[in-house]
Design a binder for this molecule. Structure first.
Ligand SMILES: *Cc1c(COP(=O)(O)O)cnc(C)c1O
Length: 413
């Protein structure tokens, strides 16, 4: 900011300055410096699925691009076709009946909707319950809105599932919104159906708006089928559920997501959004329909791909002394740091010595301290290479802090 000619203009709004530093941004800087030095980075840090979007989706997009009917502003509420496809998909997958007029809204990616929902519902000072660790949009959206975030601590002892008993009565009474996400990013945890029933009871008792992020609806393994919050009786009175096409369909760059659930809550979000954006390009909505209608075999292939990587990496980490819990869903392993090492130190050390990028758990809040998140986004050869490099650098679970400091940084960044 020093060279900004009008220093006073460089003062961003308080709501921006109140945000905690974004760990991913710092990690990006370090990655850029390593790349400049010619390091062949193996990036297992991001949740950006590798691989192309399925061909039928690309073809549908091309056809839709050629249709001039798609070239104008899209309808604010999304195209009727995509909304109907969403509700039919819900019925097929979860046996949940939704009205395409009002209970489903396309989004510019789910992160957009998760964040804007906070602006639509949270006043400065309102209390918002957010687990720690959590996907950053779940606490940054409320923070931008000026809400007071009360972190619900997750722990390995409870399999990273929210323990409602840890929320004090006065906090529960004050809370207005509760964000949560299973299958969970970053921990890979899945929650049983009974947990969802408890969440609905809790939210109804204290009149809390429930926001469930079902981003990993389909990246599930070993026959496990994630639960939709809307399957639970009474849930639709008090909740919305967010989905994305980014992960399952390799469409992260397309920015397509949607929200379903209570029509009044969705209407609030829609009212805010009509003031901010014009919705998703109609041609992309046509492509998204093609994605949700892909044959089941596509899903099985995707699931198989991640499942194979999961099993491979867990067995390889075991040779380095790690006991990693096998997740039933998501594209992440949640790996404890060597005893005595913090998340940032460990991730930095691994990056400097091996060029392998991991995400420090504290990027997801204090509750993620002591862990790193490893994304299953590289193919088997690259995963093998990552393990070889860890081995060569003497990185293993039981390494003592002092021992680790004896090594010179091979890739000083
Ligand atoms: C990746 C991810 C998202 C973001 O999805 P987009 O639709 O690409 O914005 C949302 N929530 C969770 C938990 C995620 O892991």
């Amino acid at each position: 900011m020093a060279d900004f000619p009008h220093a006073s203009l460089a003062n961003t709004a308080d709501r921006l300055r109140a945000l905690p530093p974004y760990v991913f941004a710092r990690l990006d800087e370090l990655k850029a410096r390593a790349r400049e030095q010619g390091v062949d980075l193996i990036d297992l840090g991001m949740g950006n699925p590798g691989g192309p979007t399925p061909q039928p989706v690309v073809e549908a997009a091309i056809a839709a691009l050629r249709d001039p009917n798609n070239h104008g502003y899209p309808p604010f509420e999304g195209t009727a076709g995509f909304r109907r496809t969403i509700t039919e998909w819900y019925d097929r997958r979860y046996g949940v009946k939704l009205d395409p007029d009002g209970e489903a809204l396309p989004l510019l990616g789910s992160k957009e909707g998760l964040t804007h929902l906070a602006l639509a519902y949270i006043n400065p000072g309102d209390l918002v319950l957010v687990p720690s660790p959590a996907y950053p949009a779940h606490f940054r959206g409320p923070a931008i809105a000026g809400g007071e975030v009360w972190e619900v601590p997750l722990s390995a002892d409870n399999d990273w599932i929210i323990d409602l008993g840890r929320i004090p009565e006065d906090i529960a009474r004050r809370a207005k919104v509760f964000y949560f996400n299973y299958p969970n990013n970053p921990t890979g945890a899945t929650a049983p159906r009974e947990f969802f029933v408890e969440m609905v009871e809790f939210a109804r008792r204290y009149e809390i708006l429930l926001v469930h992020d079902l981003c990993y609806a389909e990246l599930a393994f070993d026959g496990y089928q994630p639960t939709s919050l809307l399957e639970i009786e009474g849930a639709k009175d008090i909740s919305v559920e967010f989905h994305t096409l980014s992960k399952t369909y390799n469409m992260a760059g397309w920015r397509v997501g949607f929200v379903v659930g209570n029509r009044h809550i969705i209407q609030g979000l829609r009212t805010l959004k009509t003031n901010l954006d014009y919705g998703l390009f109609s041609a992309l909505q046509a492509a998204a329909e093609a994605a949700l209608n892909l044959p089941e075999i596509y899903l099985h292939q995707v699931q198989q791909r991640y499942q194979t990587r999961r099993d491979f990496l867990i067995s390889q980490l075991e040779t380095l002394g790690w006991q990693v819990i096998k997740p039933k869903a998501t594209m992440y392993l949640w790996v404890p740091c060597p005893p005595g090492m913090g998340s940032t130190d460990f991730a930095l050390e691994v990056l400097q010595k091996t060029g392998v990028v991991l995400t420090p758990g504290n990027a997801f809040g204090e509750g993620g301290e002591g862990y790193v998140r490893v994304s299953l986004i590289a193919d088997r050869d690259r995963l093998q290479k990552a393990i070889d490099r860890l081995q060569d650098a003497g990185i293993h679970y039981q390494m003592a802090v002092s021992e680790s400091q004896l090594f010179d940084a091979r890739f000083p960044v």
